[in-house]
Design a protein around this ligand. Structure first.
Ligand SMILES: [Fe+2]
Length: 486
């Protein structure tokens, strides 16, 4: 049992803070400096596009007026404080009173389960060692104290177990309620999430590009490369020697190559290999790859090594998130249907395999974050790979085809399409969960090489590099057990 007297809890109304802190359990520290913290980039907020777009529906044409790089929202200053948060406890939860006047509440069991001392959390593997199931369901702290480094909770075991939770970690993980980042006790919050920049055909004026020699020699350059892919959904790499060996080395700067039925690293000409239209010289409409996989590849990398005795074969890129934002603006009912209706998919051209995405009932074309229904996280679309739509309710058939037509108009609008003639020496990397690609028909003989990288694999590299480098570009030696990423 706890050693201090609880007050009557007032928890039901979450807008109300707990009672004032118990005497002697809190103090305000005077820290030497006060700094003003500002947000470098605004958060992802519905991808922030609508404010940057001017949409005209005359004659079903779509126009965007903003240049691709003009869509950053004006950063708002972060709240800053050198005050220590207050802390208090009742019989079920600890309350933290933040310097901005808001309160967070953490269940005692949750706090004990999240102790990250070296006995409870492995300092190297960063994985839990605590046996959650050995803890009694009813846990009460002996004391809770606000200290400059964080909330110190002493648990009444023998000997007593002491847990210290850094303030920024508590603020970031506050679930009752969710809280906004702020400076606490003179410590700045984690870097803000980089905002995605949606683009239309205007991206042709200044497409994201990095230099081969930079990314081959410098991990910070690889971070900047992956940040651009994360932000724009694609990035060119210029100055790549036009060989398969150098292209493969470039790809593995990100992570290992994902093997599929098409092999690992591809080096191919148009020969109808693998029973897929991609291996012909026909035009390909904008699509994402592997729509028939349960987990479509994360990145697609390709390099046109040569094009002899022929013309055509321009590459098409379309920002699926941008097209979706236009669809949502013009046809919200179509957007809802494409977010909801499950589309089964298959790849059956190779006699050795029959690929079908799981679940077999299908996946929506527009996939959203389960917790944030407004946050689009994946476009999965290749109309040619769609299986029989046997799961439609009869009342959905006509509206769904209408929604698909509207989606196709958004994708094929000249406002959305970015056409580029690739040449030997320029590699393009595409986020296959966001940007659709295609090409025009061509004559002659083209030689392409490239590869897939798994979604987890490129994201893992990006997250690791973000953790390794500070926002100023200096290296951070060790990953903390309190990294807010886990
Ligand atoms: Fe493709």
């Amino acid at each position: 049992m706890v050693s201090f007297v609880y007050r009557q809890p007032r928890i039901a109304n979450h807008s109300q803070p707990f009672d004032p802190p118990l005497p002697g359990r809190n103090f305000n520290a005077t820290l030497p400096t006060s700094r003003l913290f500002t947000q470098g980039n605004s958060k992802i907020s519905g991808y922030g596009t609508q404010s940057s777009l001017s949409i005209c529906t005359t004659a079903n044409r779509l126009y965007s007026t903003a240049a691709a790089h003009d869509v950053q929202a004006t950063p708002e200053p972060l709240k800053s404080s050198i005050e220590l948060p207050e802390s208090n406890a009742d019989e079920s939860r600890v309350a933290i009173g933040w310097p901005d006047g808001t309160w967070s509440r953490f269940h005692h069991f949750w706090l004990r389960d999240h102790c990250r001392c070296p006995h409870c959390f492995h300092p190297v593997t960063k994985q839990r060692m605590l046996d959650t199931f050995a803890l009694p369901p009813s846990l009460y702290p002996k004391t809770v104290v606000s200290k400059p480094e964080g909330l110190e909770v002493t648990w009444p075991t023998s000997p007593p177990h002491v847990s210290v939770y850094p303030w920024q970690w508590l603020r970031h993980n506050s679930y009752d309620p969710r809280t906004e980042p702020m400076s606490i006790a003179g410590q700045s919050p984690p870097p803000p999430i980089q905002e995605k920049i949606l683009w239309g055909s205007g991206i042709v004026r200044d497409p994201p590009t990095v230099a081969y020699e930079d990314v081959m020699s410098d991990d910070l350059a690889v971070l900047k490369w992956l940040e651009k892919i994360d932000q724009f959904g694609f990035c060119f790499v210029s100055g790549v020697p036009a060989t398969t060996e150098n292209t493969e080395k470039l790809i593995t700067r990100i992570n290992f190559i994902r093997h599929t039925q098409y092999g690992g690293f591809w080096d191919f000409t148009s020969d109808l290999a693998h029973g897929d239209t991609a291996y012909t010289n026909l035009a390909l409409p904008a699509h994402t790859d592997n729509s028939y996989f349960t987990d479509p590849c994360g990145l697609q990398v390709f390099h046109l090594l040569s094009h002899e005795r022929g013309t055509g074969g321009q590459t098409l890129l379309v920002d699926g998130f941008y097209a979706a934002s236009i669809l949502k603006e013009l046809h919200p009912e179509s957007y809802d249907l494409l977010s909801k209706i499950l589309v089964p998919t298959h790849s059956a051209g190779d006699e050795d395999y029959l690929y079908r995405a799981r679940p077999l009932s299908g996946n929506p074309i527009l996939q959203h974050d389960p917790l944030n229904k407004d946050l689009l996280v994946q476009v999965r679309y290749a109309n040619d790979h769609r299986s029989a739509m046997r799961n439609l309710h009869p009342s959905e058939v006509i509206p769904w085809y209408e929604a698909l037509r509207n989606w196709n108009r958004c994708l094929t609008s000249s406002d959305s399409e970015f056409w580029v003639q690739l040449n030997a020496g320029t590699v393009v990397v595409v986020d296959n969960h966001r940007v659709l690609h295609g090409r025009s028909a061509f004559s002659g003989k083209r030689r392409m090489c490239g590869a897939y990288i798994g979604l987890d694999d490129w994201r893992a590299k990006l997250d690791a590099l973000r953790g390794r480098f500070s926002s100023a570009g200096s290296q951070i030696k060790e990953r903390s057990v309190w990294d807010v990423a886990f």
